[in-house]
Design a binder for this molecule. Sequence first.
Ligand code: NDP
Ligand code: X2W
Length: 346
Amino acid sequence: MKISIVGATGYTGAELLRILASHPAAEIQYITSESQPGTAIADIYPHLTRFYTQKLTNLASLEKIAADSDVIFIGLPHGHAMEVGRKATAINANIKIIDLGADYRFKNHDTYEQWYKVPHTHRNANAVYGLTELNRSQIREAAIVGNPGCYTTASILALAPLVKNKLVDLTTIIVDAKSGVSGAGRGLNLGSHFTEVFESVKAYNVGGHRHTPEIEEVLGRLAGEDIILSFTPHLIPMARGILSTCYANLKAGVTAEQVDAAYVSLYGKEYFIRLLGRGGCPATKNTRGSNFCDLGWHIDKRTGRVVAIAAIDNLVKGAAGQAIQNMNVLFNIDERTGLDYAPVYP
Ligand SMILES: NC(=O)C1=CN([C@@H]2O[C@H](COP(=O)(O)OP(=O)(O)OC[C@H]3O[C@@H](n4cnc5c(N)ncnc54)[C@H](OP(=O)(O)O)[C@@H]3O)[C@@H](O)[C@H]2O)C=CC1
Ligand SMILES: CC(=O)N[C@@H](CCC(=O)OP(=O)(O)O)C(=O)O
């Protein structure tokens, strides 16, 4: 597969390159940066030395990039990917686009515009939401995949069995999630300075984070009815990892065994979802650097709530790993290709 990466100097771009370095079917064609064209990627990311000698190009070469690639991964800030997607698909009708940002995640473009505050300029793209375990058959047929957000991957995977089987009330769900600082990207900003983050845990965008409508739209589709939920993200002092703790009120009469069965039936055969079972307590450390999502659930008999917990690496299952999993599905090769390795521990 001839692969190009637009936005290769970002954390997700670098993570794509790290994983693709050992993907047997991947051949990197072009990598882009608007700020550092002409620079060798290993000069920016020394951990990639020996794996890549390529120099960065920029989007002025999009014509050539689209014509010479089978697939383009886009790791740009939201609002920039849809123009690249629109132009690339016009240049090469057979190309596959996998966007790691939010531009192609929403079926409802008005929701996108309302939350992201930019007009959607590729409304007829017919893109598919790239949460592989839930959408595999549509992804296989897609030209454009909107890869999910990191918080949303963990939160949707934790809640999907409960929502799909209508075991919980759909208006009172609470998602409390924590992310490592790489979730904010490589760009400098005050909120991700070492002294601001170290020895501190901080909630942010309470009641207003843009992953809220994404989680609601995807879970709503699974449930077949609208969902409204509370989502609170937190920044914690580590480089990688997301832990999403989700609380939902069980409907009257639902048993612990029904909850267990819902998880096993949806994920029992999923390689990248490791079910820790009822009582399981996932930890980000056990998924670090890998494409695994570890999942546990608890029944709190006192409150009648189920507490579902998911741990992922935000840059792998939450971004680059899942994007490569989707590429494998698109090209009809074993989904685990290039991704079947154990997490880094400790
Ligand atoms: N970090 C994470 O954990 C996750 C991120 N995502 C999403 O993936 C996308 C990339 O994220 P991430 O890699 O973390 O971001 P970074 O901030 O680390 O990198 C952004 C990349 O975009 C390029 N870029 C920035 N501004 C522009 C612009 N105006 N026009 C063209 N290129 C630009 C930068 O290139 P240069 O400056 O060299 O030109 C860089 O390569 C985002 O949409 C993000 O929301 C999704 C899931 C998880
Ligand atoms: C820690 C941190 O800042 N995280 C980012 C989410 C990163 C991500 O996955 O979101 P998108 O792909 O939708 O940008 C945030 O809260 O905006």
